[in-house]
Design a protein around this ligand. Structure first.
Ligand code: ADP
Ligand code: MG
Ligand code: MG
Length: 434
């Protein structure tokens, strides 16, 4: 276990960012000078919980963010500073149950009790926009099919290579960077890891990408659909489950698609809870402009609209790209990194325990032939649909934790109500003269 005071001495750290993630995925931090870190490492940094999205009141006692030293990272672009993920604890009252990193840690513990470790990789796509966030930053990036555009990715070499160099330095084993399917959109991939490590890296990746983009006079966004008509920002998750002796419990060459019985049951849990878990994987009003979207300029949205699974075919909600893992293509760039991992484990473990069947495998082009699938549920059409599906799914709610689920449904319903209360130009255009 890393001693943070020792880490500060060894690396020349002047400040620690003691950081936690709230229910809406916001990263919150205090900057703590190195001479104060020994006490903070023990007792945590104090926060007024009500001031962030945690479903606390102004009358609650202080919430303490206790750093997890195993997550500490020296900022490669600002070496005086180190970032450390922390766990939320209520003063004198134990862990704050609904805090996302706590929800995930508890579920990882449940998997460990079953002798299992969940390993995942994420693919957080992002756009590089102008600082106001309204337009893509490269006016020459106009191809109709811009995916893997060699010329366009090299015009952003300075940003992409800087981020990738840092991932190399941090030992994340990055292995590819590309221009994605929308103008102005990019993806960078690094190696999968245990679910908590992936959630911490995913959080740090968002922070790092935004910071480096800002440094270059740009704005990085993970918003699910920042530009109508173009492909949105997905955040696919690849999932495998391993036994204590280091065996991939999803791999079985004798089975269909080399997916073991346990792999099918875990997948069965994801399929059974898909409509409800969309409230977590697609957590914003804007998320529903990415899934269920009409065809984009490039020819395909690459996002799902129905609860179906398949082999190596990118038009479905779940793809089994090769032996020993599957890919959940539902999550988008707005997903909370901790809740993403948590809801995968919650649904997957329920599937394992109940020996859930994932149902029929569809080997069709969902975009062209989706209308032929009549017996699979459609994904929620908007955030309210998803919140209601979550609220009705007692199994998933209890697996995610009652305190978390109550807080999440309450805050997300408030968000939906705030959205509904705003008067849009579309309404004026379509209603003024009625
Ligand atoms: P694609 O674009 O084809 O979906 P990427 O290469 O962009 O795939 O991303 C694949 C992700 O899956 C990476 O994060 C990779 O490390 C991860 N991955 C590969 N094998 C496994 C596995 N066995 N378990 C979990 N994640 C995996
Ligand atoms: Mg990818
Ligand atoms: Mg993918």
């Amino acid at each position: 276990m890393t001693d943070l005071a020792e880490f500060a001495r060894a690396k020349g750290i002047k400040y620690f960012m003691i950081s936690y993630t709230d229910l809406f995925g916001g990263q919150r931090a205090k900057l703590v000078p190195a001479p104060a870190i020994a006490d903070m490492a023990k007792d945590g940094a104090g926060f007024a919980g009500f001031a962030t999205w945690l479903d606390l009141t102004p009358a609650h006692p202080d919430m303490l963010a206790v750093p997890d030293p195993s997550s500490v990272i020296q900022l490669p672009w600002k070496r005086d500073v180190a970032w450390v993920a922390s766990n939320c604890v209520m003063s004198g009252n134990g862990p704050l149950e609904q805090a996302p990193r706590n929800v995930l840690t508890r579920l990882i513990g449940e998997a460990a009790e079953m002798g299992l470790e969940i390993k995942t990789g994420v693919e957080p796509e992002f756009f590089l926009l102008t600082p106001e966030g309204t337009e893509i930053s490269d006016p020459s990036d106009t191809a109709v099919k811009p995916c893997y555009d060699q010329q366009a990715v090299m015009r952003r070499y300075d940003v992409i290579a800087e981020i990738c160099d840092y991932m190399l330095e941090l030992g994340w084993e990055p292995y590819q960077n590309d221009h994605e399917d929308a103008n102005g959109q990019f993806e960078m991939n690094w190696k999968y890891d245990g679910a908590l490590a992936t959630a911490d890296k995913h959080s740090f990746f968002k922070f790092m990408t935004r910071s480096i983009a800002e440094k270059h006079g740009l704005r990085a966004t993970f918003m699910p659909k920042p530009i109508m008509g173009l492909t949105g920002n997905g955040c696919h998750a690849h999932i495998s489950v391993w036994t204590k002796d280091g065996k991939n419990a999803f791999a079985d060459d004798s089975k269909e698609l080399s997916l073991s019985e346990d792999g099918r049951h875990f997948l069965g849990g994801i399929m059974a809870h898909a409509s409800a878990l969309a409230a977590i994987t697609n957590p914003t009003v804007n998320s529903y402009k990415r899934i269920n979207a009409p065809r984009t300029v490039s020819g395909a949205t690459w996002a799902p609209n129905t609860v179906t699974w398949t082999g190596n075919n990118r038009t479905h909600m779940v793809r089994v790209p090769g032996p020993g893992r599957f890919e959940l293509r539902l999550p988008d760039g707005a997903v909370n990194p901790y809740l993403l991992q948590a809801v995968i484990i919650a649904a997957g473990l329920r599937g394992l325990r109940s020996k859930a069947d994932p149902g029929r495998r569809w080997d069709i082009d969902m975009y062209a032939e989706g209308h032929t699938v009549t017996d699979a549920p459609k994904l929620p059409l908007n955030l309210l649909d998803a919140i209601r599906a979550y609220d009705e799914d007692e199994g998933l709610k209890s697996a995610m934790g009652e305190a978390f689920s109550a807080a999440y449904v309450k805050l997300k319903t408030q968000e939906w109500n705030a959205y509904s209360a705003h008067l849009s130009q579309w309404e004026r255009d379509n209603t003024l003269d009625i």
